[in-house]
Design a protein around this ligand. Structure first.
Ligand SMILES: [Zn+2]
Length: 419
């Protein structure tokens, strides 16, 4: 009897504690054994072709324990009533340059619970990944790339690798590129990013021009593959992109000027395409991130070409993923939802655009066994959307809640969970 009372009393206390913990608005470290129940969730799981209406999704210890129907299981909660709202996997932004925690938090609060880095300084990406894996709730999961492999590395590269100062003259030849890849591997990156053409976002470079010859590209891929890493290639111009695809890269980033022949080769080899259309939209916008009239003109010229290329790739059945190519810096005004809206614009159904920004991006980044879809056993990485994104993909921009590894990190629903 005494035991029963004690048990009931301690359960009540635990209930209050877990309610208080979940009601903490964000970013606080919480007990590891917390649970959370989403009721009446119209659920888009990121893999199925149809949503599950009115689902009950139970989260325990940061992972999805069950997806079913009916009331919250006894003893679990707090409960978040999502009546009328939509539960989606956390977004997976396949191409970012997030270099510090403030920007990482902005990415997370926009709904990106996982980010695929494509070149940052000083291995900030590796550190943020470790923070996430050690339980920091307000940092997204990160697929790290370190520095991009380019013919002229950023100055910062040499402060990390002073032994490589001979490469300040330029990274040329198979030995030099292999060394640079090995430096990345030694710092624990998850993938290698190579610049196969010049950049679009600087006025004195020409994105059509190829960099690195066949031998160098092959050496980069070979050196990365040796340790089980994939290579993704920045490529706008067709010659550089085709060479990268032949060399065995895993994904083409941007791909603005891809020819039909290169697209066919990508399809044949199962190479992903990350068209980053919103980056070109942004470049062409006088109010955008690229404050330069030459780039605005270039952006206006590249935009229709990139959209046509992506539409063709989609029709051919190439696996298209979603990336923003932003740093999520404080003046950034676009998120992965804009890219998913762009992808719907090139002919994808809203459901396919959502898959591109969740499960398919997770697959491309190699994290699809733990996130990118709502499945039992997976990390509880969610976004809640106010109205149906299937009815109108533009609704996807209205993110009202973000959950990262089972912790509510953004809540615009104006209702506290009930215990
Ligand atoms: Zn980029």
């Amino acid at each position: 009897m005494r035991n029963a009372i004690w048990l009931r009393w301690s359960c009540a206390v635990l209930g209050i504690i877990s309610f208080v913990v979940a009601a903490i608005p964000c970013c606080a470290q919480v007990a590891a054994d917390d649970s959370l129940v989403f009721l009446h969730a119209n659920t888009i799981d990121g893999i199925s072709d149809a949503p599950t209406m009115d689902a009950t999704v139970v989260v325990v210890n940061g992972r999805i324990q069950s997806i079913g129907h009916g009331p919250a299981p006894l003893g679990q909660g707090p409960v978040i009533d999502l009546t009328g709202h939509w539960l989606l996997p956390g977004f997976v932004d396949a191409h970012v340059h997030v270099g510090n925690l403030a920007d990482a938090r902005r990415a997370l609060h926009s709904g990106a619970t996982t980010i695929g880095e494509a070149g940052v300084n000083h291995f900030a990406d590796v550190g943020m990944r470790e923070m996430n894996h050690k339980g920091a709730p307000d940092v997204p999961d990160v697929v790290a790339a370190g520095y991009h492999i380019r013919t002229h590395p950023a100055d910062d590269y040499f402060t990390d690798f002073p032994q490589d100062i001979d490469l300040m003259r330029g990274v040329h030849g198979a030995e030099a590129v292999r060394r640079m890849v090995r430096e990345m591997v030694s710092r624990g990156v998850n993938r290698i990013k190579v610049m196969a053409t010049e950049r679009a976002g600087t006025p004195d470079t020409d994105p059509r021009i190829r960099v690195f010859n066949d031998e160098e590209l092959t050496a980069i891929v070979d050196e990365a593959n040796k340790t089980g890493l994939w290579v993704v290639a920045h490529a706008h111009g067709d010659e550089g992109a085709a060479a990268a695809v032949r060399a065995g890269v895993h994904c083409i980033e941007h791909g603005t000027y891809l020819s039909d022949a290169t697209l066919r080769l990508m399809k044949e080899k199962g190479v992903y395409l990350d068209p980053t259309i919103t980056a070109t939209v942004d470049m062409s916008d006088p109010e955008g991130e690229y404050d330069n009239p030459i780039l605005q003109m270039r952006g206006r010229a590249m935009l229709p070409t990139g959209r046509e290329m992506a539409a063709k790739a989609w029709k051919m059945g190439i696996k298209i993923v979603a990336g923003t190519d932003t740093s999520y810096f404080d003046k950034n005004n676009r998120t992965l939802t804009d890219e998913m809206i762009e992808l719907a614009g090139i002919g994808m159904s809203p459901m396919d655009a959502i898959k591109a920004g969740t499960s398919l991006s997770a697959e491309e980044l190699g994290v699809d066994k733990r996130t990118g879809s709502i499945r039992v056993g997976y990390e509880a990485d969610f976004v809640v959307i106010d109205r149906s994104p299937l009815e109108n993909i533009r609704h996807i921009g209205d993110v009202i809640m973000v959950v990262n590894n089972g912790r509510v990190v953004l809540n615009r629903m104006n209702v506290a969970p009930r215990p």
